[in-house]
Design a protein around this ligand. Sequence first.
Ligand SMILES: [Mg+2]
Length: 114
Amino acid sequence: MNKKDLKTIISHYGKNKQILKAIEEMTELQKELCKSVISDDNNNIDNITEEMADVEVMLNQLKIIFENHQEVKKVINTKIERTKKRVFDEYYKKTIQDYNKEKKFYKKKNIERK
Ligand SMILES: [Mg+2]
């Protein structure tokens, strides 16, 4: 995405209008995602694609408006690392729980475990 083009768009419409436009685009994406889940199909995949593109364009404009591109990048990395840790912890916890359940089952049935 060309930063210069986005700056031209922002200076033409103004920062506040583009912030409102970002909100509008996020709402449109929300609507399409809700439709997809409610109807339990992907009949609106073209609309979802279009709205995702709109939101991405607007997010890039917001990073220019708020001058926080690097900060957003850092926060994204931190959040992904935190979620990765959470996924690992939950997986590990589930594995331990499954192991203990199985152990209990064999003990209750008085079956020798292999
Ligand atoms: Mg749109």
